[in-house]
Write a protein that binds this ligand. Structure first.
Ligand code: PRT
Ligand code: ZN
Length: 300
């Protein structure tokens, strides 16, 4: 039996699957390294850098690990979290600490490509197969269509061809699974991404300090992902037009260029994506030698 050391922060992460790699990459960007598991069934990975242990589990179990306080934090899809909240009354005990921007997908209703469909009312009296009965039930109640929910734990997309159901409600990202099963997406039920969750239970002070440190680092990584460092040369008179083109520009440094002219170098962090059309606006405003660089980490 594993005895948990309460001075270490335990983070539940999907052991293998769609969220595993990006969850580990985020933690690694936060300065944590973990030894590769010696065997595939190793459940706990210990970080030598900070007092943090990773608990490698199935994604469906992550909310429960966090709610019960076995883990103080976890990374899980909003779809799993919301389904648990809706289908297990009284199951709570977790709070969403941060949206993480990866693992994006949508829970959608799909019907056979050739079937007529004119909105939610077309589901009236039909059978809809899903692994998300709670989310689907809520959606049907809101849309006023009475349909029978067929609860399957996997391979939902083959239910119509097996005549187990007339439609399905499943997660979609690229849509290729639906297409290859002769289905078309008709209604969106829920938008999802990975979130960082935390336990609502009391946490020992020393663990709470590590949790605070992790949150600051995660915020730094996420902020850096969205931000760019931008450098350009421009006439001083163009500064208002540059600010207008880049409203997310934070306190730019304005440095006179050698040669005594009116031209200055402008260096700043842009807190939003810098697209080609923004760069074209900067050029039109008189800027030249515009460089946009990625930022690795930020602490405000
Ligand atoms: O073993 P374990 O229980 O941990 O994993 P799992 O098999 O239950 O989950 P996994 O790894 O498939 O997904 C983990 C989480 O990733 C989900 O809970 C979602 O939050 C998120 N996610 C993002 C997805 C998808 N995209 C996704 N496309 N989860 C599943 N899918 C499946 C979908 O069910 C369908 O079968 O991929 C297929 C559709 O993909 P497209 O690209 O063909 O549309
Ligand atoms: Zn799962």
């Amino acid at each position: 039996m594993v005895v948990k050391e309460k001075e270490r922060l335990a983070v539940a992460v999907q052991k293998s699957g769609r969220l595993n790699e990006k969850s580990l990459a985020l933690l690694s960007q936060c300065g944590l390294s973990f030894d590769a598991p010696k065997s595939n069934d190793k459940l706990i990975l210990r970080s030598p850098d900070l007092p943090v242990d990773l608990m490698m589990v199935r994604d469906d179990d992550i909310p429960e690990y966090v709610a019960s306080g076995i883990c103080e934090m976890g990374v899980v899809g909003q779809n799993v979290l919301e389904e648990r909240r809706l289908s297990e009354p009284g199951a709570d005990g977790v709070e969403v600490l941060r949206e993480l921007g990866f693992g994006r997908c949508r829970l959608s209703i799909a019907v056979p490509a050739s079937a007529p469909f004119e909105g939610a009312s077309s589901l009236e009296g039909r059978r809809v197969a899903t692994s998300y009965p709670g989310l689907l039930r809520g959606f049907l109640a809101r849309s006023g269509a009475k349909a029978e929910i067929v609860h399957l734990s996997g391979s939902v997309e083959i239910a119509p061809s097996l005549h187990i159901a007339d439609a399905i409600c499943d997660l979609v990202s690229t849509g290729s699974t639906l297409q290859s099963n002769g289905l078309r997406e008709v209604l969106n039920v829920f938008e999802s991404q990975a979130v960082l969750i935390g336990t609502a239970r009391p946490v020992p002070d020393v663990v709470a300090r590590t949790r605070g440190q992790m949150l600051t680092r995660i915020d730094g990584v996420r902020r850096a992902e969205r931000s760019k460092y931008i450098m350009m040369n421009a006439p001083r008179s163009a500064l208002p037009a540059i600010q207008k083109a880049l409203p997310g520009l934070e306190a730019p440094s304005v440095i006179p260029l050698g040669g005594g002219g009116d031209r200055v170098a402008v260096h700043a962090v842009a807190t939003e994506d810098v697209f080609w059309d923004t760069m074209e606006k900067l050029k039109a405003a008189g800027a030249s030698s515009i460089l946009v660089l990625p930022i690795e980490k930020i602490i405000a």
